[in-house]
Design a protein around this ligand. Structure first.
Ligand SMILES: Cc1ncc(COP(=O)(O)O)c(C=O)c1O
Length: 383
């Protein structure tokens, strides 16, 4: 280790600064602060980067997931298959629709949905499947499509902006893609989300759903010939709009996405090479054809041979100023889902293991070489 002095390394830190600050001046001074021209510009750039015809910005990825489910017709009595190891909102969005989340186990090599298990979960009631591209690694959508037939696929790409599979970007792989711009993601707008689709009818519906069900946006009405005529409201919609302040920030951030991912790829490779000598750690596996978005770098601890338990390793690193987290949580083990559906932790052994033994270590674009060296040295010193 080049530098032995204690460092403080957060698990994540957004890369925002002067440019984002300056971009946000425009909506502040123009007075158009709600969804408007900046959101439009952000959507166009996001759609282009993700090779889709339509991108619809919203308030966060949870609202994106909710709208996506409503748009494909999920309602009371329907089943929606979700991985058991994901952020809670993948399942919560299903609950918002009055539908039932059907958990599916994950593969601990990828932390993504397990295809053999998925085959067993599909029933006549399955109205949609939400494969999650966890930590920025795409789920194997090509194989999922062979299993799912005509069932709508909603990609939870919260962590996967800029990721891809066989040359196709996340968000262009299923029927609808959902993304997050929470500050722990590679690009951020504070809070924020995006829906992507190539289907015009779905895009039209999503456009209305995010804006109370109104047939046209406020910007279109205000700048149209008859701003005093209120639009038609032919469906129950939501107010899930993104503000133009966020849109302005998004325009700046999306242009940096590939630079951020390229940098993260370099440091992910560094971690993988350096940590290979630790027998009790498994580093992330990226099969050929996958472009990882590296929202997080997540290790798996083999407690049978590790000198300490996973939580003690996290405590040890915390003492050294290194912030870590479990990869995410097993949703079937969370109080609400365990109690409501009577699920036991080991009903989903892959998700259970991921919940108990995964560790996300810091990987973000504000880290310098010495930070990465420090993290590696700290892990190697655990004996
Ligand atoms: C897999 C996954 N889905 C959904 C979400 C929700 O995103 P948001 O915070 O933008 O609502 C997250 C957030 O971390 C996530 O990791």
């Amino acid at each position: 280790m080049a530098d032995t002095e204690k460092r403080m390394i957060p698990i994540s830190l957004p890369s925002t600064g002067q440019e984002e600050w300056e971009a946000m001046r425009e909506p502040i001074f123009s007075g158009w602060i709600t969804q408007g021209p900046k959101v439009n510009e952000f959507e166009k750039l996001f759609a282009k980067r993700h090779n889709v015809k339509h991108a619809i910005a919203v308030s966060n990825c949870t609202t994106a997931l909710h709208m996506a489910l409503v748009a494909v017709g999920v309602g009371v009595g329907d089943e929606v298959i979700v991985p058991a190891f994901t952020w809670v909102s993948t399942a919560n969005a299903v609950m918002y629709c009055g539908a039932t989340p059907i958990f599916c186990d994950v593969d601990t090599k990828t932390f993504n949905i397990n295809l053999e298990e998925l085959k067993k979960k599909i029933t006549k009631k399955t109205k949609a499947i939400i494969p999650v591209h966890l930590f920025g690694l795409c789920a194997d959508i090509d194989s999922i499509k062979k299993i799912s037939g005509n069932i709508p696929l909603i990609e939870d790409g919260a962590c996967a902006a800029g990721a891809g599979l066989n040359g196709n970007p996340a968000g262009s792989l299923g029927d609808i893609g959902c993304f997050s711009f929470h500050p722990r993601k590679s690009v951020t707008t504070g809070e924020g989300g995006m829906l992507t689709t190539n289907n015009y009818a779905l895009a039209e519906k999503l456009n209305m759903l995010r804006n109370h069900g109104a047939s046209i946006s406020e910007e279109q009405r205000h700048h149209g010939p008859k701003p005093y005529i209120l639009p038609a409201f032919d469906m129950v919609g939501y107010n899930y709009r993104m503000t133009d302040l966020q849109g302005a920030m998004g325009v700046v951030q999306i242009k940096k996405l590939d630079t951020f991912i390229d940098e993260r790829q370099i440091w992910a490779d560094y971690y993988t090479a350096q940590l290979a000598s630790i027998p009790w750690l498994t580093t992330p596996q990226v099969a050929s054809g996958y472009k990882h978005g590296w929202q997080s770098y997540v290790l798996f601890v083999d407690e049978k041979i590790s000198p300490m338990k996973r939580n003690d390793i996290m405590e040890n690193l915390q003492q050294k100023g290194i912030s870590t987290r479990p990869g995410t949580h097993a949703v079937h083990m969370l109080g609400f889902y365990a109690n409501t559906f009577g699920i036991k932790p080991l009903d989903y052994p892959g998700a259970y293991a991921a919940n108990e033994y995964s560790i996300s270590i810091p990987l973000h674009n504000r880290m310098v070489k010495e930070d990465f060296e420090y993290v590696v040295a700290a892990l190697k010193s655990i004996k």
